[in-house]
Design a protein around this ligand. Structure first.
Ligand SMILES: Cc1cc2nc3c(=O)[nH]c(=O)nc-3n(C[C@H](O)[C@H](O)[C@H](O)COP(=O)(O)OP(=O)(O)OC[C@H]3O[C@@H](n4cnc5c(N)ncnc54)[C@H](O)[C@@H]3O)c2cc1C
Length: 414
C-alpha cells in the first residue's frame, strides 16, 4: 500500500512507491518491473494513478527550470508542481498562459488528465506542451515534439504511455493580473448573456449551488490595466474578499478587490501556502461544447434537488479548443461544469449515473482525474480519436507495463 490520494477517498493498491533520483535509475526500474504507473501529487479522485504493480514518482529527479527565450519555451522536470516553477519563471521575465484553480498539482499529472484553468482564449494546460521526454515500457527514453507523428496523442496520456520525465512548455512574457469578484448573477442573465459574460475577462469563473438565485459569485481575472465593469450583468462588485464557499475563510484564496499582482498569484483561486478548498471533498467535471452550454446547464438544473444536498459548490468556466486526442476540449471550445461534492461517497456514487445520462446528449466529456461513470461506449462517442489512442498505446506499450484497471475499462484495452 502506498497511502491515499489527496482527498482520502481512495487507498492506492500499489505494492510500492519508487522514487528514482536519476533518469538512468528510472529506466532500470521501468525495465525491471512488469507493471508500473506514474504518480504525481495524488490530486486525482479516481484510480487513474493506481496500479496492481508499483507506482513511480519523478518528484526526486533533479529539479529543472530551463528557459529558452528565443524559442519562448521552458523545459521543466515533470514532477515539479506548478507552484514550484512559477516564481523562477517569473523572475526570468516569463509566464505560463494559464494555471488551474490550485498550484499544488504536478506538471506531469496535470497534463496527463487534460487539466485546465479558465478563459475563452485559454487552452488546457496540456495545450501549452511543446515537447515531452518519457521512459517507455522497455526502459528506453523517448523525446517527442509538437509536429511529430502521434505527438497530439501523447500529451493527455492518462499515464498509459510511459513515465514522463521532462516537459517543455510554451511561455509568454510575464504579466500582471487583477481579480474582481461580483455577487449574484441570475440564471436569466446567464441565459441571456453567457457568451458576453465569459468574454468579459482573461478568465471568468462562476460559482453556483444550482439554487434559484443563479451564480452566487463570478470571479474575473483581467490584465491589471483593464478597468472592470461597475455592473456585471446585474451582479454587484463584492466589497470584501470571498471564498467560493460562503462559509470558508478568504485567507486561503488569491487576492481580490482589484489588487494587481503577478500572474501566478492571481490565476489560481487558491494560494500555494494553504491547503486549497475544503479538503474533505470529491470532484466531478464535464466539458460540453460551447454550442450546447445553455442546454447542458438546464439539464443539470433539472437535477438540482438531487444534487444540492451533496454539493459544496459548482464552477462554470470556459476552455479553448486544442488538438490533443484525449483532451476533454479536443477540437471544441467548451464550457466546463464542475462539481465539488461533499464527502458523501455512497450518495454521490449513486447520483453520478443520472448526471452522466443528463449530460451525454450534449456531447459531454468527463474530466479524466475526477469521479464519473461514463462507460466505454459513451467515451468512444465523445472522443473521435480514442481508437487511434488505443492503437498508439498498444504500439508504445505492447506488454502492458502502464495499463491499469481504471484506464483499461475506459479505453477497452484488455
Ligand atoms: C483541490 C483540487 C482542485 C483541482 N482543480 C482543478 C482545476 O482547476 N482544473 C482541472 O482541470 N483539474 C483540477 N483538479 C484535478 C487535477 O488537476 C487532476 O486530477 C490532476 O491530474 C492532478 O495532478 P497530480 O499531479 O495530482 O496527478 P495524479 O493524480 O497523481 O495522477 C494523475 C495522472 O497522471 C499520471 N502521471 C502522474 N505523473 C506521471 C508521470 N511522471 N508520467 C506519466 N504519468 C504520470 C498518473 O498515472 C495519472 O494517470 C483539481 C483537483 C483537486 C484535488
Amino acid at each position: 500500500m502506498t497511502g491515499t490520494n489527496w482527498a482520502g477517498n481512495l487507498t492506492y493498491g500499489a505494492s510500492a512507491l519508487l522514487e528514482p533520483a536519476s533518469v538512468d535509475e528510472l529506466c532500470e526500474v521501468v525495465a525491471a518491473e512488469p507493471v508500473v504507473r506514474g504518480l504525481g501529487s495524488r490530486h486525482s479522485f479516481n484510480r487513474i494513478a493506481d496500479t496492481s504493480g508499483v507506482q513511480v514518482s519523478v518528484a526526486k529527479l533533479p529539479a529543472l527550470v530551463e528557459v529558452d527565450e528565443s524559442a519562448r519555451e521552458v523545459t521543466v522536470s515533470a514532477g515539479l508542481r506548478y507552484g514550484e516553477l512559477v516564481e523562477e519563471l517569473d523572475r526570468a521575465g516569463w509566464a505560463l498562459h494559464n494555471l488551474a484553480s490550485l498550484p499544488h498539482i504536478s506538471v506531469a499529472g496535470a497534463i496527463a488528465t487534460g487539466t485546465h484553468g479558465s478563459g475563452d482564449h485559454n487552452g488546457s494546460l496540456a495545450s501549452s506542451v511543446a515537447a515531452l521526454e518519457l521512459v517507455t515500457g522497455d526502459g528506453s527514453v523517448l523525446t517527442v515534439r509538437r509536429g511529430d507523428t502521434d505527438f497530439a496523442g501523447m500529451v493527455v496520456s492518462l499515464g498509459c504511455l510511459g513515465i514522463v520525465t521532462k516537459v517543455t512548455l510554451d511561455i509568454v512574457p510575464t504579466f500582471q493580473v487583477r481579480q474582481d469578484v461580483y455577487e449574484g448573477v441570475s440564471w436569466e442573465s446567464i441565459a441571456a448573456n453567457l457568451d458576453a459574460i465569459t468574454a468579459s475577462a482573461y478568465s471568468v469563473s462562476m460559482f453556483t449551488d444550482w439554487g434559484d438565485a443563479g451564480a452566487g459569485q463570478a470571479w474575473l481575472k483581467s490584465r491589471a490595466d483593464v478597468t472592470p465593469p461597475a455592473d456585471f450583468f446585474g451582479a454587484a462588485p463584492a466589497t470584501r474578499e470571498l471564498h467560493p464557499l460562503p462559509d470558508e475563510s478568504a485567507e486561503f484564496t488569491t487576492k481580490q478587490l482589484g489588487a494587481p499582482g503577478v500572474w501566478w498569484d492571481r490565476l489560481p483561486h487558491f494560494r500555494l501556502g494553504f491547503t486549497p478548498s475544503n479538503g474533505e471533498e470529491l470532484q466531478t467535471e464535464y466539458l460540453v461544447p460551447r454550442f450546447h452550454a445553455l442546454a447542458a446547464i438546464d439539464a443539470v438544473r433539472s437535477l438540482a434537488p438531487a444534487i444540492r444536498p451533496h454539493l459544496f459548490v459548482s464552477e462554470l468556466r470556459t476552455i479553448a479548443a486544442d488538438d490533443l486526442w484525449l483532451s476533454p476540449s479536443h477540437d471544441l471550445d467548451c464550457l466546463a461544469i464542475h462539481f465539488t461534492w461533499r464527502m458523501h461517497v455512497p450518495e454521490v456514487t449513486a447520483l453520478l449515473p443520472a448526471l452522466d445520462d443528463a449530460l451525454s446528449p450534449y456531447a459531454a466529456r468527463p474530466h479524466w482525474g475526477k469521479v464519473f461513470t461514463s462507460d466505454r461506449d459513451r467515451l468512444d462517442a465523445a472522443y473521435p480519436r480514442i481508437a487511434e489512442f488505443r492503437s498508439l498505446a498498444d504500439r508504445l506499450d505492447p506488454t502492458g507495463t502502464f495499463r491499469n484497471e481504471q484506464t483499461s475499462g475506459w479505453l477497452g484495452r484488455v
